[in-house]
Design a protein around this ligand. Structure first.
Ligand SMILES: NC(=O)c1ccc[n+]([C@@H]2O[C@H](COP(=O)([O-])OP(=O)(O)OC[C@H]3O[C@@H](n4cnc5c(N)ncnc54)[C@H](OP(=O)(O)O)[C@@H]3O)[C@@H](O)[C@H]2O)c1
Length: 224
């Protein structure tokens, strides 16, 4: 299938592009910075420049046109403040989801984050009164709520703290898991398995390192 990966030059995304390509999928990688096109193409994807904070709906629609599935793996990253948490992590994800729906993509996987439930019922802050991590969680939660409100066959994946260690191929994956970390390589493996299992549509899944092989962990979520 054709999979469009947003944030395709990100650390998880580069691993994901390679895994999807190796599995025989046609991967389109959306990048913010044209200087990253070569590296994204070296990971197996066809690179397309698309800045989710400045592109129009039409531009994003054209970028995802023809996709069977879309993955949001972008992020404002460390060093950004509350304004970019809102512009990228919330609004960028919402823009991509709307474009995916309009383009008729049948699957949408949102990389969110563990911890978002901690801000669900907290009162909106007064201006400037919130730390950046809380702004990030609030933006991620809003992006989840927006995706859930679409007609897309969506899956939300909430990884714990990402690490760069080698993947183990073994994870803990469920609706709620204890806080923990997970290698980016294993996040990429889980994303591929979620795309391969449409019955994970409509599920919100938390992910940390664990002891269950990825395919078995994904299969268990559809038996629950
Ligand atoms: N770090 C953690 O511990 C953690 C935990 C849970 C979930 N997450 C989430 O997991 C996902 C993947 O994380 P990661 O570490 O792979 O992220 P990353 O390496 O920071 O990559 C994020 C990518 O998003 C791109 N991006 C930024 N602004 C953009 C825009 N306006 N339009 C299009 N692309 C844009 C960046 O582009 P440039 O290369 O041009 O900067 C970068 O390639 C993110 O959604 C993150 O929030 C992270």
């Amino acid at each position: 299938m054709r999979v469009t990966v947003a944030g395709a030059h990100g650390q998880v995304a580069l691993l994901l592009n390679r895994r999807l390509t190796d599995a025989g999928h046609d991967v389109v990688g959306l990048v913010r910075n044209p200087a990253h096109l070569d590296e994204v193409e070296a990971s197996g994807a066809r690179g397309v420049v698309c800045d989710l904070e400045s592109a129009s709906s039409e531009d994003v629609g054209a970028a995802v046109d023809g996709s069977d599935a879309v993955v949001f793996a972008a992020g404002s990253g460390p060093g950004s403040g509350p304004a970019r948490k809102d512009a990228m992590d919330r609004a960028g994800a919402e823009l991509l989801a709307r474009a995916a729906g309009s383009a008729g993509a049948s699957r949408y996987v949102l990389v969110s984050s563990m911890g978002v439930e901690t801000v669900r019922d907290s009162a909106p802050p007064s201006a400037g009164a919130e730390d950046v991590f809380t702004s990030y969680l609030r933006a991620k939660l809003a992006s989840e709520d927006a995706v859930r409100a679409t007609d897309l066959a969506w899956t939300v994946l909430r990884p714990g703290r990402l690490t760069d260690g080698p993947g183990t191929g073994q994870v803990t994956l469920a609706g709620r898991v204890e806080d923990g970390a997970v290698p980016r390589e294993d996040v990429a493996a889980v994303l591929v398995a979620l795309l391969d299992e449409p019955r994970t549509s409509g599920k919100v899944l938390e992910l940390v390192a664990g002891a269950t092989p990825v395919d078995a962990a994904v299969a268990a979520t559809v038996r629950d």
